[in-house]
Structures are given as structure tokens and as C-alpha cells.
Ligand binder design. Structure first.
Ligand SMILES: [Zn+2]
Ligand SMILES: [Zn+2]
Length: 104
């Protein structure tokens, strides 16, 4: 949530074309929303999807080097991305440290 630097009211996002602005409904102050923020939001949403997998014991294991701790065993699962033209993404989760990474 963003607050107006002028009057302290809660600012509302407003989309115009490809840009998103934060607009203060009280005093009309307007500022361009940083695209960075949106990227972070998207990423966290994607990560939520990854953590949907709860029954890790049901996942198959494979011989895979964990890039974080060097462990040689990881759970893996495949997820089809939004677009059917793209190849599915394979996710790995280290059995030792729990680190999750992906391969295309
Ligand atoms: Zn304001
Ligand atoms: Zn690991």
C-alpha cells in the first residue's frame, strides 16, 4: 500500500495504457508506479504456485545436484506454463535444504 506524500491518503493504482499510476483520491497527486514493483508481485505469485505442492513424500526423487548445498538428491515435478507453446518447466526441490529451483 502506498501513501500520498502530500496529504497522507491511501493512493489507488490507476492503469493508463502500459503504465500504472498511483493516484491520490483526496488531493489528486499522481505518480508513476515503478514497473519493478509489478515484477516482484508476479514473482511472488509464481512462487506461491510452486509451494502448492504439499505432499512432498509423493513426489519422485532424482539424482540432481543442489546448487545451494551440493546435495545430490532432489524431488522433482513438472509444470506446464501458461502458454502451451512453451515447454513445461521442471522444478526441483532439494531433499536436504529444501531449496527450490527450475529447469526449462
Ligand atoms: Zn494526497
Ligand atoms: Zn540443498
Amino acid at each position: 500500500m502506498e501513501f500520498c506524500p502530500k496529504c497522507g491518503s491511501i493512493m489507488k493504482p490507476e492503469k493508463k495504457g502500459n503504465n500504472v499510476y498511483l493516484v491520490c483520491p483526496k488531493c489528486g497527486y499522481k505518480e508513476k508506479m515503478k514497473s519493478k514493483k509489478f515484477k516482484i508481485e508476479e514473482k511472488s505469485k509464481e512462487e506461491e504456485n510452486i509451494f502448492e505442492i504439499k505432499n512432498l513424500d509423493l513426489l519422485p526423487k532424482t539424482h540432481k545436484l543442489c546448487p545451494k548445498c551440493g546435495n545430490h538428491e532432489a524431488y522433482y515435478w513438472v509444470k506446464q506454463t501458461r502458454s502451451m507453446d512453451e515447454p513445461p518447466t521442471t522444478f526441483f526441490k532439494c531433499t536436504k535444504c529444501g531449496y527450490i529451483w527450475r529447469e526449462y
